[in-house]
Structures are given as C-alpha cells and as structure tokens.
Design a protein around this ligand. Structure first.
Ligand code: AMP
Length: 429
C-alpha cells in the first residue's frame, strides 16, 4: 500500500509511525509533514487546507489510501472530492464535517436526534439579539462562536458583563473572523470531561481506548487554554457501565441519525463529553482525531492500523480487529517559550537522540523543522513525548525521564499530566 497522510502535527507523526510498522505499507507521503515525520515518510510541501491542490497531488501520486489528520481539509470537502473520484480516503464528507465546522449545525443535529447535550438558549446573527437573550438566564452561560476557531471560540461566562464582552469581541470586533458571524448560547454544564473517540465506516463502529487531555498551559489546570499540553489513557477512565451508557445514549443515536439523514461518515468521530449528574452529555463533536490524544492512543494499538483504515475506507470496517495493549499510556507536550501566546521559533533542540535510552518512549514531533543536521523548533507545541506501559505510573515515569533529556531555549511542559487519575463514575454509580 502507498499511503498519503494529510497534516503536519504530532497526531500525524504518530499516525505515520504506526502505519509504517505495517508489512502492508510500502510508501508513505505526508503533506506537509514536519522535522520528525521527515525521517519516516516523504514530506511534500502543499497547503493541507487546499482541496484542489491535494486532488492534483493525489492525481500524480496515486495513493492507495489517504488519511486526513486535521479538520480544515475535511470541512473544505476533501472527503467528497476524493471519494467522488473513487479514491479511498479516511475522513468524513463535508456535510458530516459540519458536526465540527458549525456548532449550530451540530447542536441542531443533537436536538433532532434527542441526544443528551446542554440545553440551547438560541442561535444569534447579531450581538444585540444575543445580549438581549442573556437576561433571565441561569449562570454560567456558555457562548460558542459557530465556526472553526482552533479552540478560541468558546467562553464559559459567569456573569452578564463578561458574556456581553465576549459576544461583542466575537460578533462586532471580528476577533475570530468569519467563525463569529453567528453564536450559540447554551446552558453551562458541570462535571468531569472525557474524550470518547470512535472509528466508523458509516455502518459499524469501534471505540478507541479512552483518553483525557490537559488543555490548560500550566500545572494544576492553571493558565490559558492551549491546543493540549498532554494526554493519558487508561482503561480505568471508563468503567464498563459508563461505556455502555455512552454507547446506548450517545454513540448509537449519533450513528443512526447520520445514516437517517444520508450523511456519510467514514473516519474518526471525536465526542467531547461532560459526565454530569444526569448522565453523559455531548459538549462537542470533532470530525477527526484529537491532538495529543492520538499520541496516547496510538502507542496502545495492538493491530495493523493500515489494514483497519483500508477496510474502513472500503466500507468494510471489522471492529473486532481493534485490539489494545492493557495498561496505560501518557503523552507530555514540550512547548515553546511563550506558547500559547506569541512564541519563539527556530531554537535548536538538543537531547533527542538521548531519549532512545529510555525504554518504550516515542518522541512524536509537532512543531519542528529539519535544518541541515539539526532539528529546530517551528511551532507552539514542539514535541509529544509518549509511552505505553503496564501502569500509568510507569508510563509517566518513562515520559518524564525522557522529557528531562530534551532541551531547547524557552521549553516548558506540564509536570502533572495524568495526576488527576480519579476514576470516573457513571451517574448513579
Ligand atoms: P467545545 O469546543 O464546544 O468542546 O468547548 C470547549 C470547552 O469549553 C469544553 O472542553 C468545555 O471545557 C467547555 N464547554 C463547552 N461547552 C460547555 C458547556 N455547555 N458547559 C460547560 N463547559 C462547556
């Protein structure tokens, strides 16, 4: 098999690393890739958001399978463009990608299919109406810009003044661009968050191992939101009863709803959940794998990813093939000085080869660039140091031992990934 991977972050490095282990895989290209992917696949410069450019590239390369990492190409319609030409691709259709591309579409879908989610207070096309709707609501109120805005479009407002300020910045000051043309107001939910990711061919689905990510920049969940500073996976995160409850009340109605509306979903569906006192409720859908959850998930895969994804793209997913190592895994993200604000770039990374001495650790590259013999920083999140082991404690020990060997100017990372390992209980447990 010849495989084309779209994207250039830690998620895509983990995908490439795993795909390469398959005896079925003869060649991997990655667009645009990064400094780490570069040593495992052929990196090609193209804009991963430009569907026409990717179609032209695939015409030339003729991959047997294309796997899409990030949301933008999916929301821009790469799934339809490839599938329409008979080219196997892992990634949902443009319509299905609206589950992530439009919070309002996604909320209406949830409501149509009676899937548990936060109560909606309305969708608004101008700031005045949105502000007016705030009166009489119970706080906190959650305000969501409708479109894609890389994690900057959601605000949990504790009072009217901060809610009005956010609505004004998003709708009048265009702080998130076109994504803020419409906003959704909804009820603030309380509970623990859990990521539940499934892979589906549109008919069958299989859940991936449960993960939890850490979004805040600093230890103790302090500081600004980031793309994700680390993640861990252990089976303890998801007791069997809760898993069943999520399958019955959320995943299956979602699958049935998509099918009933004739929306083809072939790929990964990420379901962000709040485990409330009244059961799990959907916070959001993503139409792709999360980053850095993917890194923690991939090191626990005990199956041939290339085979499973090729079958998925052919509409013949075999859920029983997805076998997982027992135990746990962890990924800690090493970030650039300043991230998630304005950050430094082009700093030389030292110690990467020293990590090879630490058992069972993979260092997945995100924002890196090869420069001659060196690897330099080239993004906010630079590396994802990842390990799977018999227990979460051992996986974390490996990861932190390896992280301590790496250094670049301004580097920072969280020291408390996986520390809040309290078992999650299903409502009524
Ligand atoms: P989203 O992109 O919709 O998942 O929102 C990003 C984050 O905002 C979530 O991970 C939650 O931490 C928070 N959030 C979103 N919706 C709600 C809600 N209805 N109640 C409380 N927190 C929420």
């Amino acid at each position: 098999m010849k495989i084309l991977v779209i994207g250039g972050g830690g998620r895509e490095h983990a995908l490439v690393w795993k795909l390469k282990q398959s005896p079925r895989v003869e060649k991997i290209w990655c667009v645009p890739g990064n400094g780490g992917i570069d040593s495992e696949a052929e990196c090609l410069p193209a804009d991963p958001a430009d569907v026409q450019e990717l179609v032209a590239l695939a015409k030339r390369l003729k991959p047997d399978l294309t796997i899409v990492g990030p949301e933008l190409p999916l929301v821009n319609g790469i799934g339809d463009a490839f599938r329409g030409r008979g080219w196997p691709i892992v990634g949902p259709s443009q319509r299905a990608a609206q589950l992530e591309g439009s919070k309002i579409f996604s909320k209406q879908f949830l409501e149509r299919h009676h899937i548990p989610t936060a109560q909606t207070y309305g969708a608004f096309e101008n700031a005045r109406d949105a502000v007016q709707a705030l009166s009489g609501l119970k706080w906190p109120v959650v305000i969501k810009a409708d479109g894609l805005c890389a994690g900057k479009g959601v605000f949990v407002a504790q009072d009217a003044a901060s809610a009005e300020d956010f609505i004004h910045r998003v709708m009048d000051m265009n702080e998130v661009g076109a994504a803020g043309k419409r906003v959704l107001l909804e009820e603030g939910l309380e509970g623990e968050e859990l990521s539940f990711i499934v892979v589906t061919d549109g008919q069958r689905y299989a859940p991936l191992v449960p993960t939890r990510d850490h979004k805040r920049a600093f230890d103790g969940n302090r500081g600004p939101n980031t793309g994700g500073m680390g993640a861990y996976s252990t089976d303890e995160l998801l007791p069997a009863k809760l898993r069943q409850q999520i399958a019955d009340s959320i995943v299956e109605p979602t699958m049935r709803g998509l099918a009933a509306e004739g929306i083809l979903y072939q790929g990964f569906l990420y379901i962000g959940l709040m485990l409330t006192g009244a059961g799990p409720k959907v916070l959001e859908f993503n139409c792709r794998l999360g980053d850095p959850e993917t890194q923690a998930i991939i090191v626990r895969m005990d199956f041939d990813l290339a085979q499973v994804l090729a079958e998925l793209a052919a509409g013949a997913l075999e859920p029983a093939r997805l076998k997982w190592t027992s135990g746990a895994s962890a990924c800690v993200v090493l970030a650039s000085g300043g991230y998630p604000g304005k950050f430094m770039s082009g700093r030389k990374i030292a110690g990467l080869t020293d990590t090879a001495s630490v058992n069972g650790v993979q260092v997945f590259h995100a924002g890196t660039l090869r420069k001659g013999e060196s690897i330099v920083t080239n993004g906010g999140r630079v590396l994802g140091v990842t390990s799977a082991d018999d227990s979460l404690e051992r996986a974390l020990a490996n990861v932190y031992e390896a992280a301590a060997k790496i250094n670049f100017e301004g580097m920072h990372y969280r020291k408390d990934i996986g520390a809040e390992t309290g078992r999650v209980h299903a409502a009524g447990d």
